[in-house]
Design a protein. Structure first.
Length: 147
């Protein structure tokens, strides 16, 4: 009787471990690339990207795939957080793939396309206000009158 219980216990453990390994294998086959998991771009996204010339498309794609943080942040609507997310999601096969990045949607893509059409202008540096020298404090001591 002890032998039968032992055999049943061992077989249950083996079945449990086998099921756990199968589940583990299934979960590891998923792609870690968030852009690869996205479906085809929406019609609106495709229409936005289609307005680019082939040269502009290539330059924008190069910027997205190879640009450093400063270059990515030169795009309107892309700050430190979005630039880091874009860098993490690289490589992009098409400009429309960037919409799969968290924080980047149709509006941001439209800004990117507008920036590319304008020839990738560098943002102008804001002029810092001139600092005035501190005013000299007025003397508060009264001169004593001589008697």
């Amino acid at each position: 009787m002890k032998t039968l219980i032992t055999l049943l216990t061992l077989s249950m453990l083996c079945l449990g471990l086998g099921a756990a390994e199968t589940t583990k294998k299934k979960s590891t086959t998923k792609s870690k690339d968030p852009v690869a998991e996205t479906a085809k771009p929406s019609a609106k996204v495709a229409a936005i990207a289609k307005t680019l010339t082939p040269t502009q498309n290539t330059k924008l794609l190069d910027l997205l795939n190879e640009g450093d943080e400063k270059a990515l942040q030169s795009i309107p609507g892309v700050g430190k957080t979005r630039a880091a997310a874009i860098k993490k999601a690289r490589p992009f096969a098409d400009v429309t793939d960037v919409v799969g990045v968290e924080g980047v949607g149709e509006v941001t893509l439209a800004e990117m396309v507008k920036h590319a059409k304008a020839g990738f202008p560098q943002p102008e540096k804001k002029a810092e206000p001139e600092k005035k020298a501190p005013a000299k404090p007025k003397s508060t001591t009264k001169k004593k009158e001589a008697k």
